[in-house]
Every structure is written in structure tokens, then in C-alpha cells.
Design a protein around this ligand. Sequence first.
Ligand SMILES: [Zn+2]
Length: 74
Amino acid sequence: MSDDYTIPVDLKDGCCRSCGGELRIFDADDCILEVECANEECLDAYSVEPDAFGDGGITYWPRAMTLFCDAAGE
Ligand SMILES: [Zn+2]
């Protein structure tokens, strides 16, 4: 998994539910964002709602859909 294909989440928008660390979005579909913790001692990974980062689903999720759906050839 390359850093070229992850979207960092600003800590003011959301953080890891386990350790409070920085999250990166690494996949997305119509109704979820897949995130992973950037903290190498944690590396928790889980799914969240598209609007989980307090942006109403208009910032991270469209970027993620563009990035990951294009990468998948859809
Ligand atoms: Zn974490």
C-alpha cells in the first residue's frame, strides 16, 4: 500500500478510536470510508461513515471515491 493512495485525515477532523492518532483513508465505497491509524504501534483499521469527520461527507469522501474508484478502474 503506497502513501500515494491514502488520504491523511486532519487530526481536528477525526482521530484513531483506539489511540487518538492520525488516520489515513485507504479505501472507500458508496457508504463507507476505510481508515487506518498512522501510528505504527497501533495500526488499527476500521470503517467509518462518509460524514464521520465532521465535514458533512463533502470533503474526504468525494476525494476518496475519486481516488479509489478511479484506481479500481470503475
Ligand atoms: Zn491508533
